[in-house]
Design a protein around this ligand. Structure first.
Ligand SMILES: [Zn+2]
Length: 203
């Protein structure tokens, strides 16, 4: 038997599903669906169940709270500032490929909607998404290095990833963080973006 109850707690009212079962202990769960369920032994009165939920309300509230956004998006920057911060990103990571014979490429900036960057190997330049100027420095560095490594490995083969691993061992974490920024940029009204967040530095 399951009943739905609502109890006032120091963390606000909590609605929960109370089930009586052939069990010995109270069993409180917060499902991934956000439903709070409490199973109690047959003889436990509803008031005692309510009291238990009240007592555990801090724990319940913590489980029900939406995850806090970890990043906030700074406002778009002026063209000059964008140029400066992306050139600096390339300068920071360029030493990682210079020894392999890569010439310091020219950097073109573009407001792109589906790519973080691209490498124009034959023409000696890379293109970086202007939206990177709104992302943290370590993510700009990751995209810049991704494009520089394409001068060594044009495709995303094992050699490409080995070269990334050797130069930036935490690049996968940076790529994940960048994807989160892609979603933030999408949610932001400017610049206009179509349905897909920019991908992780694919060329
Ligand atoms: Zn790529």
């Amino acid at each position: 038997m399951e009943t739905i109850r609502r109890v006032d707690t120091p963390h606000g009212p909590i609605t929960y599903r109370l089930a009586r079962k052939k069990i010995r202990r109270l069993n409180l769960r917060v499902g991934l669906d956000g439903q709070v369920r409490l199973s109690v032994p047959w003889r436990v009165p509803a008031e005692e169940a309510d009291g238990f939920v009240r007592e555990k309300s801090g724990w319940i509230a913590a489980h029900l709270a939406p995850p806090q956004p970890r990043q906030t998006l700074p406002p778009p920057v002026e063209e000059e500032e964008c140029r400066r911060c992306l050139e600096e990103a390339v300068d920071r990571v360029y030493p990682l490929v210079a020894g392999a014979g890569v010439a310091r490429p020219a950097v073109k900036l573009r407001a792109m909607t589906s790519l973080w960057g691209s490498c124009h190997r034959g023409k000696g330049y890379i293109t970086l998404n202007t939206a990177l100027a709104r992302c943290p420095r370590e993510l700009r560095d990751y995209v810049a290095l991704h494009e520089l490594v394409h001068f060594l490995h044009p495709n995303h083969g094992p050699g490409f990833y080995a070269a990334m691993d050797a130069r930036m061992p935490d690049w996968k974490g940076r790529r994940r963080a960048l994807q989160a920024y892609g979603r933030l940029l999408l949610a932001d009204s400017q610049p206009p973006q179509p349905g897909q967040p920019p991908e992780g530095g694919e060329a």
